[in-house]
Design a binder for this molecule. Structure first.
Ligand SMILES: [Zn+2]
Length: 333
């Protein structure tokens, strides 16, 4: 079995300098899998992500989000979340030659030594646990290692960014969820949470957190994007921001290209340090894509663009995978 390093040279036929691979902090491709639209195994015409194109795009670790669709909330969210977890585990079982489920610190270390793609299971929306801390223990046992506290709506933990009239932060239960996730070693994802909740999380967490798929408000004034104070706060807790490829988050015209993604990366690196920035494509969760990043196979193209704007090899390694690797080593047991 080749290691990822040797594959970069031998299999792809392209001399990719410095053995750079990519961690993608967010995709919604499990949605197509659970709905039997695509098996995500062979190269499929539709969608943005499958195993063949993920390899072409130099993906070494992919966060798989279980996005609990609004129709299931609130009463069927737990059931739907469990269906998603089962689907993700089935996908891993079906593709053991090519992927493995990332659950531990040792698994993170293993990423650089294998050509398999690591899959990290994320729940997008704390509705899955209802109002039960016990459910956190259960989903942890099932392999979940990251959870977005909210999607855009309110739940028992906090309010999402879509609750535009709310100034509310974490609920009492939400504070208990933060403590429990810290204790378990489960990565806290603040991508969809509102401002008040964000600051409550930052004030309480004892571990680094992630905004797995978020962009910069200063560049593109969208409610889903992070302002400068939030970006700096994420740096202060040694967190990471995965820059989202959603054109509406990248550019107020609603049209975007690879250059826009680079612009958001550069901005975060400039105000919060290069240790704070990563990639969180949101592939298969976005309806349009930036020109030049039409699907996951194009991801490797970011490497040369980062070089072209002046990042050196060590910095490119941090942005593409190193920061997420450090974050997960800090959080996972
Ligand atoms: Zn999302």
């Amino acid at each position: 079995m080749f290691s990822r390093e040797s594959l970069n040279f031998k299999k792809n036929g392209v001399k990719h300098m410095d053995n750079i691979w990519i961690v993608d902090g967010h995709c919604d491709s499990l949605g197509d899998y659970i709905n039997s639209k695509r098996d995500l195994m062979g190269k499929s015409g539709g969608g943005h992500w499958d195993l063949v194109r993920a390899r072409e795009g130099k993906i070494g670790l992919q966060f798989f989000a279980a996005y609990i669709e609004s129709d299931y909330k609130p009463y069927l969210a737990m059931q739907r979340g469990l269906e998603y977890i089962e689907a993700a585990l089935r996908f891993v079982d079906q593709n053991l030659e090519q992927v493995f489920l990332v659950k531990t610190n040792a698994d993170i270390s293993h990423l650089a030594k294998t050509d398999k793609i690591g899959i990290l299971l994320n729940i997008e929306g704390g509705e899955i646990i209802g109002e039960s801390l016990f459910m956190l223990d259960i989903i942890y046992r099932l392999g979940v290692r990251s959870m977005g506290l909210t999607w855009n709506e309110r739940n028992a933990i906090a309010d999402g960014v879509g609750e535009t009239n709310s100034k509310g932060g974490l609920s009492k239960f939400g504070h208990k969820v933060i403590s429990k996730m810290n204790e378990l070693g489960m990565l806290i994802d603040v991508s969809h949470i509102n401002q008040a909740g964000f600051w409550d999380v930052v004030g309480q967490t004892s571990q680094p957190i992630v905004a797995s798929h978020s962009c910069v408000k200063r560049i593109c004034n969208h409610p889903r994007n992070l302002d400068d104070q939030q970006i700096k706060a994420l740096a202060d807790v040694k967190g990471v921001i995965g820059v989202n490829f959603c054109p509406e988050f990248l550019n107020e015209t609603g049209q975007a290209s690879t250059e826009d993604v680079i612009r958001h990366i550069c901005y975060i690196a400039e105000i919060a340090g290069v240790d704070t920035v990563g990639i969180g494509s949101d592939f298969d969760g976005i309806t349009s894509t930036p020109h030049g990043l039409e699907d996951v196979s194009k991801m490797g193209g970011l490497i040369e663009k980062l070089r072209a704007v002046g990042f050196d090899t060590a910095e490119i390694q941090k942005i593409c995978y190193g920061n997420f690797v450090r974050l997960l080593k800090d959080v996972l047991k």
